[in-house]
Design a protein around this ligand. Structure first.
Ligand SMILES: O=c1ccn([C@@H]2O[C@H](COP(=O)(O)OP(=O)(O)O[C@H]3O[C@H](CO)[C@@H](O)[C@H](O)[C@H]3O)[C@@H](O)[C@H]2O)c(=O)[nH]1
Ligand SMILES: [Mn+2]
Length: 733
């Protein structure tokens, strides 16, 4: 048995051969077709000057769109090159006393947008992870510096003293109390018929309701502040009767100092403070990072992660184990693609087959030393260390191998060092956020930190057990989706145009395909250019009788139709393969168009404005407060069109162009009879109209609150029609 356990692997990586073959075959065929398309387009440029002059600009625009689409398509192929799946065997892990310690970092910023009770649920679920409690240390970072949150943690701690033993005794899977008590099917397991269990459950339920009440009725003044000194508290209480006092993980509340005059770098800044403070308190070699709304839906994740971190074959270069982000509030058809299906299934699996997935902000177990940059290799010169890491001797000592601190367990100790480490000034003149810790250059700190880790030779692993380990709340209304998107795509695109451009910085530091994956992430917001172009130019030309594509009898006609169908069907195949439906497929096509013409565009513009120094970085946390009415619309698959005008106007204008040009185009084609020349342009308009049908429905059929306001729509539609008429007149003149 002993010997057996030593030889049996902790994890196995399977290449998905069938998928791999299909993907590569499709790549080959599709790219051959693209080759013909380019030949056709270039050939045109050498045709007789007559046709060239009359519509050269339109041709060039459409051709450029095709080039950009193909460019993004090529980058996207890298994810499909070598998809893998992993299996892992936590039962083969060493005994509990040989497991390494883990620090859990949870970030919250605003007790109104991020309700305290929900944050406490996340804290409780993390404390209840199935891991030796003396090896688990939970840190809550509160960027709002709110008394509500501090009060909340103290109450949560008291509740945890009963909750944790309860979960352990009855082997509860769902250890987030809110989810546990509201679950439709009970997670009662073997004990469902035990009277003692039912009585205990009832008792816990009452205690949870008391906690809920206590948190909800706490005073709500001074909820949030941008200017506060640092508060660090180890939450502890006197020994109480009746519970097992030893078996509690430690819980630490950290609110870093904030001053309006100092940049605080949003979440990355908060994480770096936790990284330093925890180093002098518990200094665990591994860290789990969680957003405040991402609760542990299953207690096993830590052990799963250790199946990789403790595997001698991969551990030396392994920086982090990433779990997929999953959400508890996703409807079946997921009209906004809130769950980011493609990213968290297919694409991360694809990267896992190369050097590992991108860091995704939350739900990953990272090795502490990987975040210290190349400090560990800097020799032992204290001055050099200080230049990198700041002035704290204690922190620098924490880097040495046998450093021990008992600040987390000590009663009422003075937390002088942690206070210094969490102050505004600490990072000034150091390499924090620059080469050490989570990086500051971008609001998508996760993407960038992961990218640089990979550049420095670290790898990562994607771990996807069948039961979701973490569940967050997805943004489920159009306005929030588009606002959050604008922040993400700005953050991603800025990494494509700064010195960390994956196509320049990447290839010499990581496998070429891996850098293509990173490049896709920074460049896919560029979809905005071809989508704007292809939603207007071919349609305007249709109205005016200018053909931009080969006519039906031309052999190249087949090429265009093939590329169109091949892209659509490949997407359909992937949706179906990852558990989606036909419905999901159409929804994804639609939301892709909507995002491309709105938040991809605004994201790219923001990034450009930031680059030339006109805009500042901002990170408004998303709303996690559930709005009943909005949720209902989402659950009924009804788009909530009460979105900001900057999103609604382009959607309405482009759809109007497509409908008007289609009608005008059909009329013209009937008069002239050149439908074979105009076929692809007619098809394109029809496709766009069909895919975006819900917008028409929202405008003319729906009567509920989420419909499109006529006050906004009518002026936009009228202005667009007038513009089209003007174009037409101009051309006729
Ligand atoms: O100044 C700030 C701003 C945010 N947060 C926390 O950061 C987390 C993520 O913020 P959220 O509003 O939920 O943003 P999302 O867009 O949902 O976050 C996704 O995208 C971020 C990068 O933009 C990643 O950091 C996240 O992990 C990822 O879930 C939350 O716990 C916040 O409390 C802070 O601690 N301080
Ligand atoms: Mn979030």
């Amino acid at each position: 048995m002993e010997a057996n356990q030593e030889t049996l692997p902790l994890n196995i990586c399977h290449v998905r051969k069938l998928l791999l073959i299909m993907n590569r075959l499709h790549m080959f065929i599709h790219s051959t077709a693209l080759g013909f398309l380019f030949y056709y387009r270039v050939y045109f440029l050498f045709q007789e000057p007559e046709t060239k002059r009359s519509h050269l600009l339109s041709w060039l625009l459409v051709f450029s769109s095709e080039i950009i689409l193909s460019f993004i398509w090529i980058l996207d192929r890298a994810y499909r090159w070598r998809p893998v799946l992993r299996s892992f065997f936590p039962e083969r892990l060493p005994e509990d006393d040989k497991l390494p310690a883990i620090d859990v970092f949870i970030c919250t910023a605003d007790p109104i947008k991020e309700p305290t009770l929900d944050v406490m649920n996340t804290v409780l679920s993390a404390m209840a992870l199935d891991y030796p409690p003396e090896k688990l240390h939970v840190y809550l970072s509160d960027d709002g510096g709110s008394p509500m949150t501090l009060h909340g943690v103290k109450e949560a701690w008291k509740f945890a003293r009963w909750w944790l033993p309860f979960c352990r005794r009855y082997r509860i899977n769902n250890r987030c109390p809110k989810a546990y008590f509201s679950a439709l099917e009970n997670d009662d397991g073997d004990f469902s018929r035990s009277n003692m269990y039912m009585a205990d459950r009832q008792k816990m339920k009452e205690m949870y309701e008391a906690l809920e009440e206590e948190i909800k009725t706490f005073r709500k003044d001074k909820v949030f502040s941008r200017d506060h000194s640092c508060i660090i508290e180890v939450i502890q209480e006197d020994i109480i009767e009746g519970v097992d006092n030893a078996k509690m993980p430690s819980l630490v509340y950290v609110s870093r100092e904030k001053k309006p005059s100092h940049p605080h770098h949003f979440k990355a800044g908060a994480l770096n403070v936790l990284l330093r403070v925890s180093a002098v308190m518990s200094n665990s070699p591994y860290i789990l990072v969680l957003d405040c709304d991402m609760f542990c839906n299953d207690p096993t994740s830590a052990r799963y992660a250790m199946c990789f971190h403790l595997d001698a074959k991969i551990s030396s270069s392994l920086a982090f184990v990433q779990f997929p982000q999953k959400f508890h509030n996703i409807s079946k058809n997921d009209i906004y693609d809130c769950k980011l299906r493609s990213i968290f299934t297919l694409q991360w699996q694809g990267m896992d087959g190369l050097k590992g997935p991108v860091m995704s902000g939350t739900g990953f177990y990272i090795k502490r030393v990987s975040l210290y940059g190349n400090c560990s290799s800097k020799g032992t010169d204290l001055l050099q260390f200080k230049e990198y890491l700041g002035s704290s001797n204690e922190f620098i000592r924490s880097l040495t191998q046998n450093y021990k601190s008992d600040l987390v367990s000590g009663q009422n100790v003075l937390l002088e060092e942690p206070h210094l480490l969490a102050s505004c000034e600490y990072e000034i003149g150091t390499k924090w956020g620059n080469e050490v810790g989570f990086l500051y250059y971008s609001v998508v700190e996760d993407y960038l930190t992961g990218f640089i880790l990979h550049c420095n030779g670290w790898t990562s692993v994607f771990c996807e057990p069948s039961r979701p380990q973490f569940l967050g709340s997805g943004t489920t209304n159009l306005n929030d989706v588009l606002i959050q998107g604008t922040r993400w795509y700005c953050g991603l695109f800025e990494n494509g145009i700064n010195r960390f451009c994956p196509l320049i910085y990447g290839p010499s530091r990581m496998p070429f395909l891996q850098s293509l994956c990173f490049a896709w992430l920074t460049y896919f917001p560029l979809y905005c250019l071809p989508l704007w172009c292809l939603a207007t130019i071919p349609q305007l030309c249709l109205l005016n009788g200018i053909p931009l594509y080969p006519k039906v009898s031309d052999p190249f006609f087949i090429i265009f139709i093939f590329i169109f169908l091949s892209a659509l069907l490949k997407h359909l195949q992937e949706v179906l393969l990852t558990g989606g439906t036909l419905h999901n497929w159409i929804n994804e096509q639609r939301i892709w168009m909507v995002k491309s013409i709105t938040c991809y565009l605004y994201g790219c513009l923001d990034a450009l404005l930031k680059k030339i120094g006109i805009r500042e970085a901002s990170f408004l946390p998303t709303n996690k407060l559930e709005d009943h009415e909005q949720t209902l619309l989402y659950q009924m698959d009804k788009y909530d069109f009460r979105a900001s005008n900057i999103f609604m106007v382009p959607m309405l204008a482009l759809l109007t162009i497509n409908i008007t040009c289609f009608l005008g185009g059909v009329y013209r084609v009937l008069l002239v009879g050149d439908w074979d020349k105009m076929f692809i342009q007619l098809l394109l308009a029809v496709f766009i109209i069909i895919v975006n049908y819900p917008i028409i429905e929202g405008l003319v059929i729906r009567k509920d609150k989420g419909r499109i306001s006529h006050l906004v729509a009518i002026p936009v539609i009228m202005a667009t029609v007038v513009f089209l008429a003007f174009c037409k007149l101009l051309r006729n003149a």
